[in-house]
Write a protein that binds this ligand. Structure first.
Ligand SMILES: Cc1cc2nc3c(=O)[nH]c(=O)nc-3n(C[C@H](O)[C@H](O)[C@H](O)COP(=O)(O)OP(=O)(O)OC[C@H]3O[C@@H](n4cnc5c(N)ncnc54)[C@H](O)[C@@H]3O)c2cc1C
Length: 401
């Protein structure tokens, strides 16, 4: 069975959905289908994240992330307002935990000023007026525009709006191949020929890109993000969001404390190297052949110390053990006790691209294109925040304006 569409999108995560949203605005009568291997929308990264709309302070003004993060947050907040989705502009503090962080604070404030982001340097006392239980080392930054949002409501609302606007969905339709002659995508449920194809397959986007001769400079390493929660009687310890000053050489922000929409406080996520793209449990989601490839890549990264990977591996793997996890949270709040934290079922995987030519972790979003296909690679955090603005940019790049 073969069907034909003007636009075929692979992936019903936030990027695939917002690309479809943008296409529908520009092409009211085009035929559009979103294919996903799962039976519903948003079952991977887009439904397993911290739900924080970031301000964009972490990114230098020469990056694509800087271009679309704060613009995306504004668009996402407007979308939430329009459709009655819970979104709380609760702000965030980023706190120094050691002397070496003070220099990074200056660097982040330069990013804020270059990117037109509202951010204020604060001393310990001013930070504690905002977050009384946080224990900064000397200083920190307050970002008033950071918000938390109910990310699964965003995904579900997009799904219903897209269906109402005539966008088709093909669930349980894993893409398994591509026939160049007929310009069609093979799935486990049939083939789809396309006028233009957007590959928004998240953790699997590099695999699909390779079917089209794209993405050859990259390999993908999954990093597992596990969370704990505060016991409900301890939720008062966190008013909004408390983040550490990050290591700006790495694409991860560090274990943080986030009060989500329903008032629960999540602590996490980790960035522990994982052995499969969907390795959410201990052994779940591990394919043997891929686990072997990932392991050999991890060993190479360890020995070559790619992007300071050795330190990352040492500090992150230990966080599987609760005492080490708690230690990382106590850097933000010295008074936190192990018994204040309870396990949470929330776990996500961050598919991180490694550039095999430069031996480095890719820090920015990457797209690659052929004449009639576009591949969104490395849609890592803050791609949820960025999504509306990022997808507008993606559709511009496709030339299908
Ligand atoms: C632990 C964690 C915390 C995060 N916190 C934040 C945050 O606070 N703020 C923020 O902005 N971002 C955050 N992020 C990042 C953000 O969630 C992701 O960048 C974003 O959701 C990526 O969206 P996506 O659509 O590219 O991928 P996904 O949501 O993973 O969607 C990809 C889709 O493609 C489908 N697919 C894959 N392969 C195939 C195939 N072969 N055939 C058909 N379908 C296929 C999958 O089933 C999936 O539905 C976080 C991520 C994680 C993991």
């Amino acid at each position: 069975m073969s069907s034909s569409y003007d636009f075929v999108i692979v992936g019903a995560g936030i990027i695939g959905l917002t690309v479809a949203f943008e296409l529908r605005k520009r092409h009211p009568s085009a035929s559009i289908i979103i294919l996903d291997k799962e039976s519903d929308v948003g079952l991977h990264a887009s439904g397993r994240n911290s739900g924080v709309l970031h301000s964009g302070i972490y990114y230098g003004n020469d990056t694509l992330k800087a271009k679309v993060c704060s613009a995306g947050a504004i668009r996402m907040r407007a979308f939430a307002d329009e459709y009655g989705i819970a979104c709380n502009r609760s702000g965030k503090v980023i706190i120094a935990t050691s002397e070496s962080d003070l220099h990074t604070i200056d660097r982040l404030l330069i990013n804020a000023s270059n990117n037109g982001i509202s951010a204020q340097r604060m001393d310990e006392i001013a930070i504690q007026e905002i977050e009384p239980y946080a224990t900064p080392y000397k200083a920190g930054i307050y970002c008033p525009d950071t918000a938390v949002i109910d990310s699964s409501s965003v995904v579900r609302r997009l799904y219903s709006l897209l269906k109402e606007s005539g966008v088709s969905f093909g669930f349980d339709s894993a893409v398994i191949g591509f026939a160049e002659k007929t310009k069609s995508l093979k799935t486990v449920r049939g083939s789809y020929s396309y006028g233009y194809l957007f590959n928004c397959a998240g953790a699997h986007a590099d695999r699909i890109a390779k079917l089209f001769g794209q993405g050859h400079d990259y390999t993908m390493i999954p990093f597992k993000g596990i969370y704990y929660k505060l016991r409900p009687e301890k939720n008062h310890l966190v008013r909004s969001n408390i983040y550490p000053v990050p290591d700006i050489k790495l694409p991860f922000l560090g274990v943080h404390l986030t009060r989500v929409i329903n008032g629960d406080v999540f602590v996490g996520p980790t960035a522990i190297p994982a052995f499969g793209r969907e390795n959410y449990g201990v052994l779940e989601g591990i394919e043997l052949s891929e686990a072997v490839n990932i392991s050999s890549e991890l060993i190479k990264m360890y020995f070559n110390n790619v992007s300071n990977f050795r330190l990352l591996a040492h500090t992150e793997i230990r966080k599987y053990l609760k005492p080490w996890f708690v230690k990382s949270a106590q850097k933000l709040m010295r008074g936190l006790k192990s018994e204040d934290l309870v396990p949470s079922s929330k776990v996500g995987i961050r598919p991180q691209l490694v550039n095999v030519k430069t031996s480095s972790l890719e820090m920015d979003y990457i797209i690659e294109q052929t004449e009639d296909t576009l591949h969104v690679l490395n849609a890592i955090s803050p791609a949820f925040t960025s999504s509306f603005a990022f997808s507008e940019w993606i559709v511009d790049q496709s030339g299908r304006v």
